[in-house]
Design a protein around this ligand. Structure first.
Ligand code: ZN
Length: 418
């Protein structure tokens, strides 16, 4: 059982390849447990999935959780997480954890491009979206990002080294390199500049990660994923995938890869395909911030192994729930006397014990448990859907399963990171 390697406890194996496509089923092993892939990783931004207990997340089949380094850095601070024995121990989560590097949040909260990234590349394109304004809360330079806390206005700075130091203290099993996330509104020259920075920052992340891994040899191994940017440009995406896919520094390489940045919904599959066909096949790929059912199919087919997205829980808090036929708002008038479960094909706690009428009442009377019950259902719906995709890849009927689902499911929705 003893694995003598500096990637102790972390590995990825592919068990089945989708015929004629990039998709695959496999298994990621981490010091805190395994993730059967493809898998949906629910988001607990501040070390909790909003309104749901970790035990309930485990019960609904969540294999891992993703938290955010930016939010945890500001509150309660990485030292508190380290003292608690790391993120999983702090939140009493018995399984693998991820942290997002904070690059996206520094820019989205600081600079003010919307939380839901533009999915339409045809509208105006301008660097003003992330630069130039006096009111901006973040400033990017070649070394890092200086930003104002969205909590109290205090000034902070993130760089590759700082992001690695924070993520090591937080102690998630899978961490991400610090990157500059752009929007579809940025100009091509700005995208090129951001990609060059992300390249340099990736090298520095590898060096700092190696230094911290050696320094903290008593801690469980943390796998570092490089983040592929390049917006909607084929040459930029492929160059980034090639450069980071073959990158080595301080004698180490990335353990896996994240695909980041704004993605135009219509070209999601094409862009993901450019990246996955260029990246090394034997390392896991994580798609950041994608979670709408139809997008999950496209991404799995194109070789994505894990996803995270706040969409399922965010919409649940506004009473929007998923069903096999599409999305609806359970607080609407027609459900006042609807004594059916949200989705009669769902096996979640909420659908087993509660009716649409009960949820409708809870939302209308602003009871907190409304969010809990709706979130449990939505997270279960998405986790199970991706589990079913994995099984379909293994059974060799992914195409049929996809057509069957999309033939019934009617609702298109966007991309969402927190
Ligand atoms: Zn349910």
């Amino acid at each position: 059982m003893s694995e003598i390697s500096n990637t102790g406890g972390f590995s990825f194996e592919i068990s089945k390849q989708l015929e004629g496509a990039q998709g695959r089923a496999g298994k990621i092993s981490t010091p805190h447990g395994e993730i059967q892939t493809p898998a949906f990783i629910p988001v607990g931004t501040k070390a909790t999935v909003k309104s749901v207990l970790p035990g309930a997340m485990a019960d609904l089949g969540s294999q891992a959780l993703l938290a955010n380094a930016y939010h945890l850095y500001l509150q309660p601070g990485p030292d508190v997480l380290e003292e608690a024995g790391g993120l999983a121990s702090f939140m009493n989560w018995q399984g693998p954890t991820f942290t997002d590097s904070g690059g996206f949040q520094v820019l989205s909260l600081g600079v003010g491009f919307k939380k839901v990234l533009a999915m339409d590349a045809k509208t105006f394109r301008s660097d003003q979206v992330i630069a130039g304004s006096k009111q901006r809360l973040a400033h990017v330079d070649d070394d890092g990002v200086t930003f104002k806390s969205h909590l109290d206005g205090s000034m902070h700075r993130f760089s590759s080294e700082i992001s690695m130091q924070i993520q090591h203290k937080i102690g998630a099993d899978i961490i991400f390199a610090f990157d500059e996330c752009t929007t579809l509104h940025n100009t091509r020259p700005y995208q090129e500049l951001a990609m060059e920075r992300t390249y340099e920052w990736a090298l520095r992340c590898l060096d700092e990660h190696k230094r911290l891994t050696d320094l903290r040899a008593d801690k469980p191994y943390q796998a570092l994923f490089g983040v592929i940017q390049g917006a909607q440009y084929e040459d930029l995406r492929k160059k980034a995938a090639h450069d980071l896919g073959t990158m080595s520094s301080s004698g180490i390489e990335f353990d896996g890869f994240g695909i980041g940045g704004a993605l135009d919904k219509d070209s999601l599959g094409t862009i993901v395909g450019w990246v996955t066909s260029t990246l090394p096949e034997n390392k896991p790929r994580h798609l950041l911030g994608i979670g709408a059912p139809e997008d999950l199919f496209t991404s799995v087919e194109n070789g994505i192994d894990t996803f995270d997205c706040v969409l399922a829980s965010r919409i649940a808090r506004t009473s929007a729930v998923y069903t096999m036929e599409g999305r609806f708002n359970v607080s609407n008038a027609p459900y006042t006397r609807d004594f059916n479960p949200i989705d009669d094909e769902c096996d979640c706690y909420t659908c087993t014990y509660y009716t649409r009428a009960y949820l409708c009442h809870l939302f209308r009377s602003k009871e907190m448990v409304a969010a809990t019950l709706a979130t449990i259902h939505n997270e279960r719906f998405i986790v199970r859907l991706v589990d079913q995709m994995r099984q379909a890849i293994i059974d060799g009927n992914f195409k049929e399963m996809k057509e069957d689902f999309l033939g019934r499911y009617k609702h298109k929705s966007g991309q969402s990171r927190d």
